[in-house]
Every structure is written in structure tokens, then in C-alpha cells.
Write a protein that binds this ligand. Structure first.
Ligand code: PLP
Length: 400
């Protein structure tokens, strides 16, 4: 069978591949500590699950408009408006089957052959692949390691060209845990506006932030409207409300852009599953219950962030790492363990999985295979166990 050029460069998601392998080893009876997962280890809060059950029982089982139930789009707009203090037009909201679909809509609609998209790196593994699916070119750009890899205009200046159409940011960042301050977002936004580029800001970890009492990180919509470039915000219910399997994400953009995303979606998936939308209405509009769920999960992630930092300092004292300010990942460097400077994190992670039964994601999935990502979305006991096993392999001087 021959395949089309559309999928010539397509690879399966590297992060999903590792966690699938770890799950299958565990199913075979191996003692595996899986810290590769990119999802909260909490169940969806009951008030949300109950709303879905009620919805199904009361007949919310048919198609909805492709951009989502107007009630959900309005609830999301109200939520964004309340958080940013800005007027948010609900018709700019398009509900998708997860942020992944919102990202596909954006890249497929906004770029194509001959176009380039700047992707701040280390990046979440899916961005470059989705840009490639649109047959455009992803151009990865790293900020300084001393700035937790966050990009600044001088980094972008090195790679911008006449073909550049937009910039992808992710804050809080998967895999680094870095968070852009409002001032940093303002500077980047001014840079993009001057060059007439759009900014796609993926804020899916917005509610997992360790620098504010309500666990809410700064976001691009917090900037006054006249200061921001054309923005496509993407966010969703997966991480904030522990709803990864429900597949509810959304984009917020100008209404003109939202209409294009809606047309695309209407030809591909129609709408996000209706019971999931009914559940999401409850998540986005029952502010009191939602804040209490976010606080409960946020305080657990904060405690675990402190735990992984303490374990790094105690058990792997010479290993460079970034202190996570948000999300639930610890990003650390393992090239110090490569023999004579040769090797890669992919081989190191596979040795760790084989010898010690610990699953981490190699940094190759995020653009730099000298680093690895450890997810601390797991119990304290599992995290401690994993660190002891990692330290045991390092102490045994198992060099690849
Ligand atoms: N964006 C980032 C940065 C992520 O880490 C993930 C999932 O891991 C997603 C988007 C996808 O989220 P969703 O479940 O809404 O498709």
C-alpha cells in the first residue's frame, strides 16, 4: 500500500508510546513504576461525573452544533472573562475533542506548504508533528537553559523569516515546568504583533501553578486586548478537572478564526461527545466546586513538587534539573551518565525501564535527547520508590 505525502513525516506520539509500553510490561506482571504519564492521577470530581450521568439520563445523547453546546461555549467564555477581566465573545470559543483537536484545527487552518511556525522548545511532542501534518515547517527555538529555556525576542530573531506565520508557546510548560510571567508574555506578544504573527498559547496546565494561592498561572488573555497579537488560546478540561478521557478542549480566538475551525471540525468529527460537554458545563460553571477540586489537586501537586526537588537534591545531587514552577513534570539532564559523552536519553530510559522498572520519557520527544521527563502525577510512595531505583542505577555506575 502506498501512502500520501500528507502523512509522510507522521510519527506516533512518543509520550504515548512510552506509557503504553510501561502499562503492557506491568500487565505482564513486571514491577513497574510508571512516571511517564501525562495525566492527573485523580478521578474526575464527582460533581462533574454526576452531571454527565444526569445528562445521559435526561436525553443529552444527540449531536450538538459542531462548535459545541452554546451553553458550554458561554460557560467557557464567562470563565475566561472572569479570570482575565476582559470581555470574551462566546462565539470565539470552539469546543473540541481535547486540546489536541484544537491544535490540529489551528495549524491546519493557519499554515500550509511554504509556511514556518516557531515552536518554543523543549516543546510538547505533538506540536511539530501537527505542523508537519499541515505540510508546514516547524522551526524549533530554545531559550537559554539559565532562563529555564523560556524564549525571549532575541532567541526568536535568530530564526524568524519572511515565511514565519506564528509562534507556539506553552505555559506552564510540558516538559520543563517553566511558567512565563505576565511581563514576559507582554514582551513576546509585542514582538509577534510587530511582525504580524499569530501566537498560539497552550495553557492547558494553567491551573497547576505553584506561584499563586489559587494555583492559577498568568495567561495571555490577562494582557489588555490592544497589546496582544492575534491570539489563539487553547485550554481544556483534561488537566484542570482530571478529565483526560472525556476529551474536552477548546480554543478561543477571533470569531472569524473560530468560524474556520468550526467548519473544519464539522467535516471531521462533528462535535465532542455530548455527555462530555454536559459534564464540562458543570466543570466550567460550578465555580465553588471547581475551585475546591483545583485546590485539592493543586496542593497535592505542590507537595509532590517539593518532594521531587528534595529527592533530586538528596539522591542525585550532581544532576542538573529545572525547578518546576507549574505542571507536574520534572525535567532533568542525564548526559552526565553517557559514556565518554556518547549516548542518548532514549537508550538511558530504556536501560532504566529494563533494569529498574522505572518508566520516564526521554527528552528526544521534546527536542533534546540529553534530558528526561519525570511525571510527578503519582503517589509520594511511588515517587520515592522511583528515585531510589534511579539512584541505584546511577550508583551502580550503569553506563550506556
Ligand atoms: N497540551 C499539552 C502541553 C499537553 O501536555 C497535553 C497532554 O498531555 C495536551 C495539550 C493535550 O490535551 P488534551 O487531553 O486536551 O488533548
Amino acid at each position: 500500500m502506498s501512502f500520501s505525502a500528507n502523512i509522510e513525516k507522521l510519527k506516533p506520539s512518543a509520550t504515548i508510546a512510552v506509557s503504553t509500553l510501561a502499562k503492557s510490561l506491568a500487565a505482564e506482571g513486571r514491577d513497574i513504576v510508571n512516571l511517564s504519564a501525562g495525566e492527573p492521577d485523580f478521578d474526575t470530581p464527582l460533581f462533574i461525573a454526576d452531571a454527565a450521568v444526569q445528562g445521559i439520563k435526561s436525553g443529552h445523547t444527540r449531536y450538538t452544533p459542531p462548535a459545541g453546546l452554546p451553553e458550554l461555549r458561554r460557560a467557557i467564555a464567562a470563565h475566561l472573562g472572569q479570570r482575565s477581566g476582559r470581555e470574551i465573545d462566546w462565539q470565539g470559543v470552539v469546543v473540541s475533542a481535547g486540546v489536541k483537536q484544537a491544535l490540529f484545527n489551528a495549524f491546519f487552518s493557519l499554515c500550509g506548504p511554504g509556511d514556518e511556525v516557531l515552536v518554543a522548545a523543549p516543546y510538547w511532542t505533538t506540536y511539530p508533528d501537527l505542523v508537519l501534518l499541515a505540510r508546514a515547517e516547524p522551526v524549533t527555538v530554545f531559550g537559554a537553559e539559565s532562563n529555564s529555556f523560556k524564549v525571549v525576542p532575541s532567541d526568536l530573531e535568530r530564526v524568524v523569516s519572511d515565511n514565519t506565520r506564528g509562534l507556539v508557546l506553552n505555559t506552564p510548560c510540558n516538559p520543563t515546568g517553566a511558567v512565563y510571567s505576565l511581563e514576559e508574555l507582554k514582551i513576546l506578544s509585542a514582538w509577534a504583533k510587530e511582525r504580524e504573527l499569530w501566537i498560539l498559547s497552550d495553557e492547558i496546565y494553567r491551573n497547576v501553578y505553584f506561584g499563586a494561592e489559587d494555583y492559577a498561572a498568568p495567561g495571555i488573555l490577562d494582557l489588555p486586548e490592544e497589546e496582544v497579537s492575534n491570539v489563539i488560546l487553547v485550554d481544556g478540561a483534561s488537566k484542570s478537572y482530571a478529565m483526560t478521557g472525556w476529551r474536552v478542549g477548546y480554543s478561543y480566538s477571533s470569531v472569524e478564526v473560530a468560524q474556520k475551525f468550526t467548519a473544519l471540525q464539522s467535516q471531521i468529527t462533528s462535535n465532542t461527545a455530548t455527555p462530555s460537554q454536559v459534564a464540562a458545563i458543570e466543570a466550567f460553571s460550578n465555580i465553588e466546586a471547581a475551585s475546591s477540586a483545583i485546590n485539592e489537586m493543586g496542593s497535592a501537586f505542590l507537595r509532590r513538587r517539593d518532594l521531587v526537588v528534595a529527592l533530586m537534591d538528596r539522591l542525585l545531587p550532581d544532576v542538573p534539573y529545572l525547578r518546576p514552577e507549574g505542571a507536574f513534570y520534572l525535567y532533568f539532564r542525564v548526559d552526565g551518565f553517557f559514556e565518554g559523552g556518547e549516548g542518548d536519553a532514549t537508550a538511558w530510559c530504556s536501560r532504566l525501564l529494563q533494569e529498574q522498572g522505572v518508566a520516564l520519557v526521554p527528552g528526544g520527544a521534546f527536542g533534546d535527547d540529553r534530558w528526561v521527563r519525570l511525571s510527578f502525577s503519582a503517589s509520594d510512595a511511588l515517587i520515592e520508590d522511583a528515585f531510589e531505583r534511579i539512584a541505584a542505577m546511577v550508583e551502580a555506575k550503569t553506563i550506556i
